[in-house]
Design a protein around this ligand. Structure first.
Ligand code: FES
Ligand code: FES
Length: 151
């Protein structure tokens, strides 16, 4: 079955089963490996992308359910250009990543939050960002978000 996807502004026509998880399509069919596989059961957030601007976990979304939507992955977070977003720069300034495995999903989740709420409280951050970081970077994530809110 041919499924049409728009990812980071680029159209794709893919011959895949509609029940294949979007994460598999991104990584295995399109080679976009910035989006990570963690748990496979929508629990950790490593696989987060934006679907129509909303953060969504892709390991349990059938690709057929997102045909025709506007998808953005970590590869397109900065518009695909050479410049980092303010969010990515804040991540560097606050040395957020440790092993880095969860961080693609974190950045996608946080950028979605900030687009809707540019100055979130700690409680709002905790409620919105439920991604898991085994390295425990949560304090640095909050610091980076606060730096953007006060910039
Ligand atoms: S791999 Fe999708 S939420 Fe963990
Ligand atoms: S930076 Fe290692 S899991 Fe988050």
């Amino acid at each position: 079955m041919t499924i049409s996807l728009t990812i980071n502004g680029k159209g794709h026509e893919l011959d895949v089963e509609p029940d294949m998880p979007l994460l598999w399509v991104l990584r295995d069919e399109l080679g976009m490996t910035g989006t990570k596989f963690g748990c496979g059961v929508a629990a950790c957030g490593a696989c987060t992308v934006h679907v129509n601007g909303q953060a969504m976990r892709t390991c349990n979304i059938p690709v057929g359910a997102v045909a025709g939507t506007d998808i953005k992955t970590i590869e397109g977070l900065n518009g695909g250009g050479p410049d980092l977003t303010a969010l990515q720069q804040a991540w560097i300034d606050h040395q957020v990543p440790q092993c880095g495995y969860c961080q693609s999903g974190m950045l996608m989740a946080v950028s979605s939050l900030l687009s809707q709420n540019p100055n979130p409280s700690d409680d709002e951050i905790d409620a919105a960002i439920t991604n898991i970081c085994r390295c425990g970077t949560y304090p640095r994530i909050r610091a980076a978000i606060r730096s953007l809110a006060t910039a």
